[in-house]
Design a protein around this ligand. Structure first.
Ligand SMILES: [Ca+2]
Length: 282
């Protein structure tokens, strides 16, 4: 009886341990802020035949988790959390919440096997109206480049489709003038706000780079670290991501291609040795 109880408790312990390992492990959480000048959500379609560019603004967190541990190499999963971002109509006073139009918080992302000095994630999901969403996110230095689109549910006639091209900067960010560059103008803005608490308005706009509610010395240090920084052009980011994505296909082909067996490898080495010997004799 005692022995069976012991076995039962061991089984319980193993089950608990397995449950614990199957829970996603957070690798990193980065805070980002959209750069509205470089971020556009295009809305097109509908019966009226709309084609409108909305400006994307707001904040979100980018969370990386360890994927399933039973695959090798281990893959990272990504998701958007604490999304407080929207797309603003160029003329009319209305906005599209990104969590609604793209279901940003509901997308699941996987790291792609790119041969590039930065990480690329592919996101998939569905919006509330049944449109499917595909999105690529690339973490290039402090910048997060996002591009993606929606496709309406099959057989639907009156639906909008959306295309996103956006750049976000990791926070803290010392661009207080919101011109995507950290310059003396930002220092002047910070000085004019020094010691003041931020209100419900945008924290950056009030000299608060780290978003702790006050424009103080730590925000000056951020400005000092980032002084001279200019946001990269959208086209150059696009080209980098294109080049990285092109290596995914190559990586997949390489893994499929057979690794030379020791015998064939040995024969190849023998062949080269024979050729070299012949050359030497000549
Ligand atoms: Ca600036």
């Amino acid at each position: 009886m005692k022995r069976s109880l012991g076995w039962l408790s061991l089984c319980g312990w193993i089950v608990a341990a397995l449950a614990a390992t199957s829970q996603a492990q957070t690798v990193s959480v980065d805070h980002y802020q959209f750069l509205p000048r470089l971020s556009v959500l295009n809305q097109s379609g509908g019966i009226g035949g709309f084609d409108v560019d909305f400006r994307v603004m707001g904040k979100f967190d980018f969370t990386i988790e360890l994927g399933p541990t039973d695959v090798w190499p281990p893959q990272h999963a990504a998701k958007f959390t604490n999304v407080d971002a929207w797309a603003s109509h160029p003329i009319l006073a209305y906005v599209l919440p990104l969590d609604q139009t793209l279901n940003l918080s509901g997308l699941t992302g996987w790291q792609l096997p790119v041969a590039a000095p930065f990480d690329v994630y592919q996101f998939d999901g569905t919006t509330q109206d049944g449109s499917s969403v595909k999105l690529i996110a690339a973490e290039i230095g402090p910048w997060l480049h996002l591009r993606g689109e929606t496709t309406p549910p099959p057989g639907s006639a009156d639906f909008f489709t959306y295309e996103l091209k956006a750049v976000a900067r990791r926070r803290p960010f010392a661009d207080f003038t919101q011109d995507d560059a950290v310059t003396n103008a930002d220092l002047a803005k910070w000085s004019s706000r020094f010691g003041l608490k931020t209100t419900s308005l945008d924290a950056l706009d009030q000299g608060d780079a780290n978003g702790d509610g006050i424009a103080d010395g730590s925000d000056f240090l951020e400005w000092q670290r980032q002084a001279g920084e200019v946001a990269p052009a959208l086209a150059s980011l696009d080209a980098m991501v294109d080049a990285a994505l092109a290596t995914v296909a190559a990586a997949e082909t390489a893994s499929i291609a057979a690794v030379p067996e020791p015998t064939t490898l040995g024969l190849g080495v023998c062949g080269i040795a024979v050729v070299l010997l012949r050359r030497r004799r000549r």
